[in-house]
Ligand binder design. Structure first.
Ligand code: HEC
Ligand code: HEC
Length: 196
């Protein structure tokens, strides 16, 4: 935020539009509306542009979504992220993934700090109940309140990449701004999760 403000002062164009994160009064959203918001949150987080990095302890980034063919598969070229989740043990992600997208279809997508999400933030192939339990659990969400999860969505470069993924790739559904609003609505409803 501060850097963005400075860039504005300097007259430079902003990299991304700033997204306001203003919490709603607790209890102002019904349980049913909260559950509906969580269904949309799940739709975004398990979409290919997000879930391909939010994978399990096999440490394999995934290639899924229409531009990668009919079936999800692990990243080509034998890429493995290792326990470091950034390829430090073998070939670092940054060897190919730059700060910006390659302009070529099937060229490496890019954003600063390209790496897999920590293993406890697993979303690939997870149900609404599973994602719901994880996102509200500080032990598994990077020790964040739901408000801080929303702030991460508002500010993070890897998240924003999901809506500007480079040529040929479908962006994540909705928008970063809408995801922030779903999270705030879910929080104001008390963070309800579906059974199962
Ligand atoms: C290039 C890999 C990558 C992609 C693509 C990616 N993420 Fe992540 N994500 C990460 C990493 C790394 C972290 C850990 C950052 C941290 O905790 O500071 C993370 C953490 C998060 C968190 C905080 C985790 C939590 O449980 O609260 C949220 C929210 C998030 N990502 C949302 C998204 C969304 C939404 C998308 C798609 C629009 C997305 N991410 C796409 C790598 C990625
Ligand atoms: C040898 C080059 C290379 C290395 C190293 C590499 N990647 Fe990739 N990656 C690519 C290319 C090229 C694509 C896009 C392929 C396409 O669009 O058909 C890609 C795509 C991806 C995608 C899919 C993004 C999407 O569209 O949803 C993820 C996730 C990913 N890489 C993660 C990683 C991670 C994490 C690392 C480090 C552990 C890594 N990659 C290392 C070349 C590489």
């Amino acid at each position: 935020m501060r850097v963005a403000a400075l860039l504005t002062l300097l007259g430079a164009p902003l990299a991304a539009q700033e997204i306001a994160v203003a919490p709603l009064p607790p209890g102002s959203v019904s349980r049913d509306e909260g559950l509906a918001a969580m269904a949309r949150i799940h739709e975004v987080l398990t979409s290919p542009r997000c879930a391909n990095c939010h994978v399990d302890d096999g440490n394999l980034p995934m290639w899924s979504g229409p531009s990668y063919g009919p079936e999800p598969r692990p990243h080509g070229m034998n890429v493995t992220a290792g326990d470091s989740r950034m390829g430090a043990e073998t070939l670092p992600c940054a060897t190919c993934h730059m700060a910006d997208n390659s302009p070529l279809p099937h060229g490496p997508p890019g954003a600063p700090g390209w790496r897999l999400a920590p293993v406890e933030m697993l979303w690939f192939d997870q149900s609404i109940a599973e994602v719901c339990a994880q996102i509200g659990d500080p032990d598994r969400n990077g020790d964040r309140s739901v408000l801080q999860v929303a702030e991460h969505v508002a500010e993070d470069d890897l998240v924003h990449w999901g809506w500007a993924p480079g040529p040929g790739r479908d962006p994540a559904p909705y928008s970063a701004e809408e995801l922030v609003s779903f999270l705030l609505r879910w929080d104001a409803a008390g963070g309800p999760c579906p059974a199962g």
